[in-house]
Design a protein around this ligand. Structure first.
Ligand SMILES: C=CC1=C(C)c2cc3[nH]c(cc4nc(cc5[nH]c(cc1n2)c(C)c5CCC(=O)O)C(CCC(=O)O)=C4C)c(C)c3C=C
Ligand SMILES: [Fe+2]
Ligand SMILES: [Fe+2]
Length: 378
């Protein structure tokens, strides 16, 4: 199957056989998204997502019955309708946003390290291109050291932990896996906080400021917090650091959790209840940002910018303005490039005295010798 990421043809990387290979790679991983805004396409996506034991911690057989007996009969059509509202001619925002970010990061890493650039690839936890497929492709291109960077600033077992499962499964099928490093989270990375602050300030400069800033994070069942998931605390840490950096008073910034699924209690307070409460308390102009999402997606563009906007206005508010995710902005590209360079420090190709040109020649000679050995008739 051809490699489907459409930004792989960037300057500096030719994938023709016989060209010098790269040694270092970064694998960005995002959640994944359906291939079309139809119930037919949403169903297998939801089936894979919601069958993940990291996401739904219920007794397997009981959950299987509920998932296949109830949820997969109702939810695909409902979700497809929601996806239809945010779908564009470029496809799903999560997909093209993640691809644009990967492409921007690739260009920046080539700019910063022209002698030993790091190959950037994007995989999806659910759907295509899968983690396993993308790692196998990177290996064919000569990547021997790989930094895995899940696009989740805050660690949760349901999101980041699940990417680690996919990574572990992929490794099982490889005879000689690459050397691995993993970014567990970057919720308090100063460069990331600065990127968030700059992008919010840029937005305020263009549109003016609302009365309050609401930070809405994706929720998880509260039970997972009590079982030790650090996600809730990391969301609060991100929010506090951002509040301090923006110079906001305690009561100017509000935190809430969105996207609840099912009847169990999730992290509190809920976003829908919060926007209604703020309207009832007299807030007229509310700004909302979602710092837990690296790129915009259904949960920000439909749930916040449409659904919760309606809740706010129905409860007496005037305008709810959604401040876009970092997406492929220079702020995010720069902060992730810095993060990548920090996490790959000490890799031989980045040592000060490393001769990239000579090393490339060595590798290409070695590959040629290996090819000749393979071509030799036994
Ligand atoms: C911070 C990232 C995320 C966490 C944590 C997370 C937990 C989580 N999600 C569900 C169920 C659903 N999430 C859905 C969409 C969705 N979730 C995230 C991120 C996190 N989820 C993103 C980026 C998206 C958008 C995907 C897109 O295509 O744009 C959906 C699908 C949409 C729908 O049917 O509403 C479901 C379902 C659970 C149960 C959970 C933790 C237990
Ligand atoms: Fe989710
Ligand atoms: Fe949602």
């Amino acid at each position: 199957m051809p490699f489907s990421n459409n930004y792989t043809g960037l300057a500096g990387y030719s994938h023709e056989p016989g060209t010098p290979s790269v040694q270092a790679g970064v694998l960005l991983v995002n959640l994944g998204t359906p291939s079309a805004p139809t119930a037919r396409a949403v169903r297998p996506y939801l089936a894979q997502f919601l069958a993940d034991p990291r996401v739904i911690e219920y007794p397997r057989w009981l959950w299987w019955l509920i998932l296949h007996g109830v949820i997969l009969r109702i939810r695909p059509a409902r979700s497809a309708h929601a996806y239809g509202k945010v779908w564009t001619e470029r496809g799903s925002p999560l997909r093209f946003g993640s691809e644009a970010l990967a492409s921007g990061l690739q260009a920046e890493l080539i700019r910063q390290r022209p002698d030993a650039p790091i190959r950037v690839a994007l995989a999806m936890r659910y759907g295509e291109p899968s983690v396993a497929h993308t790692i196998a492709q990177l290996q064919r291109e000569g990547v021997r050291r790989l930094l895995v960077l899940p696009l989740y600033p805050q660690y949760s077992a349901t999101s980041t932990g699940s990417v680690l499962d996919a990574l572990a499964d992929s490794i099982k099928t490889l005879r000689w896996p690459p050397e691995l490093r993993i970014v567990n989270d970057y919720h308090d990375d100063p460069g990331h906080i600065e990127a968030l602050a700059l992008s919010i300030e840029r937005w305020w400069k263009a549109h003016g400021r609302g009365e309050k800033l609401l930070l809405s994070f994706h929720g998880i069942p509260e039970r997972y917090l009590h079982a030790g998931d650090p996600y809730f605390c990391q969301c609060h840490a991100t929010a506090r650091l951002l509040r301090e950096r923006l110079g906001l008073a305690d009561d100017q910034l509000v935190i809430s959790f969105q996207s609840r699924v099912g009847r169990e209690r999730w992290l509190h307070p809920y976003t829908d209840a919060t926007v209604r409460r703020l309207a009832a308390e007299g807030v007229r102009k509310l700004d909302v940002a979602c710092p837990g999402f690296a790129v915009d997606c259904l949960e920000t563009l439909e749930e916040i910018a449409m659904q919760n906007r309606d809740f706010f206005i129905d409860a007496g508010g005037e305008t709810l303005r959604y401040i876009p995710a970092l997406n492929d902005s220079a702020e995010q590209v720069d902060s992730l490039a810095a993060l990548v360079l920090r996490h790959t420090q000490g890799w031989p190709e980045f040592a000060a005295d490393y001769d990239a040109t000579a090393a490339r020649q060595d590798r290409s000679d070695a590959r040629q010798r290996a090819q000749q050995r393979r071509d030799r008739p036994d």
